[in-house]
Design a protein around this ligand. Structure first.
Ligand SMILES: [Fe+2]
Ligand SMILES: [Fe+2]
Length: 240
């Protein structure tokens, strides 16, 4: 596939204040933005990226719980990265004949494990142990969206993956924004950009194996379901 020329690079989008001067969610991005919500670029896999937007935007005060107990948040974040790596390995084991997916998931499993090690380093520096995995009601509710049938199951695994990555991108951007200057803030900026790449990767894999219309329709349904899930989970010092 032809690699795209990328005209404008933006570190943050959209602008920090809306028309009424309210503070709104903004995202750290490593991608090239042409227009809010509609940009295309390419990533490490040489794939074309199609942006989508979440249907629920986390309010900035979500970060208050995070900063109030940052050690617990880091423990939860470490667990999330570990599970993301395991999920990528499970995907490639389930679809060994889909070479593009296998390659992408092998890379993803490594990248998520590197994230895990980076969070672990922060925990150790703070004198905090890894902690036991906690139940993640968000991930449980998202997995409940998987439909039966081999095509449906793959589509849903890819798109649920995309939306979970998108939520990570959003919330890590908020954490980055809330943290004072320093290495932890720098780390969350980098993490946010990385999760954005993952979000696009899953959609691109969907387009690789299925009709765009089928993917777009199901993505819209999953985004709406995910927004509803987010509205019903109380804010704690956790990613979800
Ligand atoms: Fe990650
Ligand atoms: Fe990720």
């Amino acid at each position: 596939m032809e690699r795209l020329k990328t005209p404008v690079k933006s570190e943050l989008y959209p602008p920090w204040k809306d028309g009424k001067g309210q503070r709104i969610t903004r995202f750290y991005t490593g991608c090239y933005v042409e227009q809010r919500g509609k940009y295309q670029t390419d990533n490490d896999y040489g794939l074309r990226i199609y942006m989508f937007e979440l249907k629920y935007l986390t309010p900035f005060n979500w970060t208050e719980n995070v900063l109030a107990d940052f050690d617990t948040f880091l423990q939860d974040h470490a667990a999330a990265e570990k599970k993301a790596s395991g999920m990528a390995m499970s995907m490639l084991g389930h679809y060994p004949d889909r070479t593009k997916l296998v390659k992408a998931m092998a890379d993803l499993a490594i990248e998520e494990m590197i994230h895990f090690k980076q969070v672990l380093k922060l925990l150790i520096e703070r004198g905090v142990t890894l902690g036991h995995d906690q139940k993640d009601p968000y991930v449980k509710a998202m997995r409940a969206l998987f439909r039966q049938g081999s095509d449906e199951f793959l589509i849903d695994r890819l798109l649920v993956g995309a939306v979970i990555e998108a939520r990570g991108h959003e919330r890590f951007s908020l954490v980055a924004e809330a943290l004072p200057e320093g290495k932890e803030k720098d780390f969350y900026v980098a993490i946010a950009k990385s999760e954005e790449k993952h979000k696009n990767l899953f959609v691109e894999l969907g387009y690789e194996y299925f009709d765009k219309d089928v993917i777009d329709k199901r993505l819209k349904e999953i985004l709406e379901a995910e927004a509803d899930i987010c509205r019903h989970i109380p804010f704690t010092a956790a990613l979800h």
